[in-house]
Write a protein that binds this ligand. Structure first.
Ligand code: SAH
Ligand code: TRP
Length: 337
């Protein structure tokens, strides 16, 4: 055997960022708008809320007195991060819809304290969020590598870099609840396919509770959520040359007791004739007509276990806050026989 003359590998850069937002992404907004605004019951998918302004408004929502989910999820993480680090032995944390990764730091702290943490992989459609969070986290956690993926977790999961050891895939903030039940199971199955034996999914879900508490969380007194809801119209005006006046619409949030989800809508205050320039599409709203912008499903343990099972995932830990408002679940691929 030759004596080893290999040079040491060049140090890995602390930050890598891949972007998958291209013309296809713009087409997806155009397709969604064409589809959604020509239906008998108008509807838009929620991912288009989050441009830079939307992301900032969402950050403010997280601090509102009425919006308990962020605080509840953070308290669960604070209670259980050490145990989660121990169970998973994770060297990598992949986070879907990472946003500002505010709560994620609790988990990163625990993984770092356990001495296993090597890499963080934030995945988000909002470019500025991924870039800012990569810069912040590499300076807060010396030695941490961040591989950011700017993309759509409904379409770009296959671009997530291969793992180099046990992984946690985190999907926090109740974002899974923003999909209707059918797509929810499809998205969960696709996420489950990312998991190798020894990997875990850590998912946050809001729980069914008093409708008054739920509705207040999505219709705050200061009107921040209303502004967030209307932001989707600002996005259409800018990206597709539409001419909506967001002030022509009222924010509506109501708990659908049969489906057990919050429904967010924009209701036309008067009859509106608008135009989406890039699609050459005329859009008509009757006075009082509503556009559905988002659902936020609320879970029971049975609903959650059913969803996990349908993705071949089995529950490892079911964690809730002291008031039982929110759940964090750790699950893993069901051992194949
Ligand atoms: N995880 C954070 C943020 C939740 S808000 C928290 O718990 O507070 C939802 C985040 O998901 C936003 O940052 C938004 O930009 C991102 N997002 C929404 N739909 C997405 C999609 N289809 N693909 C990738 N990111 C998405
Ligand atoms: N995932 C968050 C939730 O369902 C997103 C959210 C919070 C949201 N408040 C909102 C989305 C208001 C649209 C409008 O709780």
């Amino acid at each position: 055997m030759k004596p080893s003359t290999a040079l040491p590998l060049p140090p890995q850069p602390a930050i890598l960022i891949d972007s998958h937002l291209d013309a296809a992404q713009e087409r997806s907004l155009a397709d969604d708008v064409l589809d959604g605004l020509t239906r008998p019951f108008k509807e838009l998918p929620p991912k288009h809320f989050y441009d830079a302004r939307g992301a900032e408004l969402f950050d403010r929502i997280c601090d509102l007195p009425e919006y308990y989910p962020t605080r509840a999820e953070r308290s669960i993480l604070e209670q259980s991060a050490t145990e989660l680090a121990e169970i998973t032995g994770a060297v990598e944390l992949v986070e879907l819809g990472s946003g500002t990764a505010a709560k994620t730091r609790v988990l990163l702290d625990a993984l770092q304290a356990a001495g296993t943490l090597v890499r963080y992989i934030p995945v988000d459609v909002t470019e500025s969020m991924v870039r800012d969070c990569a810069a912040e986290l590499t300076s807060e956690y010396p030695g941490l590598r961040v591989h950011g993926v700017i993309g759509d977790f409904e379409r770009h999961l296959h671009h997530i870099p291969p793992s180099s050891g046990p992984r946690i895939v985190a999907f926090l903030g109740g974002t899974i609840g923003n999909f209707p039940p059918g797509s929810r199971r499809r998205v969960l199955r696709e996420i489950a396919r990312l998991l190798k034996p020894g990997d875990h999914l850590l998912m946050g879900t809001d729980l069914v509770k008093d409708p008054d508490v739920l509705e207040a969380a999505y219709d705050d007194a200061q009107g921040v959520t209303a502004e967030f809801n209307r932001n989707v119209l600002h996005v259409l005006n800018r990206e597709l040359q539409a001419n909506f006046d967001p002030e022509d619409f009222d924010h509506v949030a109501l708990f659908d007791r049969e489906n057990e989800w919050i429904e967010m809508r924009l209701r036309a205050r008067r009859e509106i004739h608008s135009h989406v320039g890039d699609l050459d599409l005329a859009v008509h709203f009757r006075e009082g007509e509503e556009l559905r912008t988002e659902i936020s499903a609320k879970f029971t343990p049975a609903r959650l276990e059913g969803d996990l099972a349908s993705a071949d995932l089995e529950l490892v830990r079911w964690l809730t806050d002291a008031d039982g408002q929110f759940a964090l679940t750790l699950s893993r691929p069901t051992a194949s026989l």
